[in-house]
Design a protein around this ligand. Sequence first.
Ligand SMILES: [Fe+2]
Length: 332
Amino acid sequence: MSTTYTGEIIDDGKGGKAEYSSTDQEIVFTDEQHGIWASLYSGIQQPHLTEHICREWHRGMNRLKLAPTLIPTIKHLNEHISPHTGWRVERTVVRYTKADDWYRKFAERVFLVTDYLRTPEQMSFTPEPDMFHDIFGHLPFLTMDFYAKIEDKFAPAYLKATQEEREVIKRLAWYSTEFGIVVEDNRPRIFGAGIISGRAELTNTIMEFYRLDRDDVLDYRLDIYPQICEHFYKNEKDVDRVIDGINRLHAKGEMSSAESGWNVVKKLYDELGIARKGYFGGEVLLAPFTVEAIAKIPKTVYAFNPVFFVFESFQSLNEVLDSYLAPIAARE
Ligand SMILES: [Fe+2]
């Protein structure tokens, strides 16, 4: 059975309104829920997978001190986050918080953690962010100063942006903190929480890193970032055709089931007559993180993302984000 997500908020019957009061933050989880947490945790916390995640996540995990078999309390999370960065977390009953509410909380340096937890059938892939995603994917980073500074950039711009700019801002967040890739030690390393917290996304992405080497797309003995840029700009016309195709599929809700997943993209390449080899040989294209490229591609709500954007360093991510966000945030 597949569910279609086209970017609409899932109706959880709560109208996006019901929230805990500040005194009502801790909830009791069932043994089954702790069990789901434990299998997700042990499924991803394996050296051959986590070695592909950027080193800041590992540092953050050391700070966050999550228990492998127990869903953490809000008290534990805040005790391990707030002293480092001043951010804190709050629980929300809402399954997928609307962007306006999300960024209003961001302005107060509050990161919302949903109560929703995936079911045992969704262990390797869930199209919707759940509490494992929020906690395991994002919160290690939120103990780190550089990440808090990145997150600090979004709300001041979002709250002053036009509707059109807000779409771009959501995409910039999506393709950085959710699905971004950073170059570290001349290797692509996973930064985005959406990849880190989903075993299918994580393993598919890692396989792509290996394929790029196997098929001589990237030569890891030379600097890889200029090679990624060169491939992208050389093939920009075809990349644009792929992105147009993705926009069409996305509008039809065909970008988001675990069963079709990456195969949807393979079919799209066939239809467009783009040979699946070299730069286009995998399931995901690596593209340089630029506002111009990101503005073209939809935020495919918890779907498989056919393009991942790569930044050369966190410094260069900062520069790109500032170039778009700072002038908007500075408006009267
Ligand atoms: Fe997320």
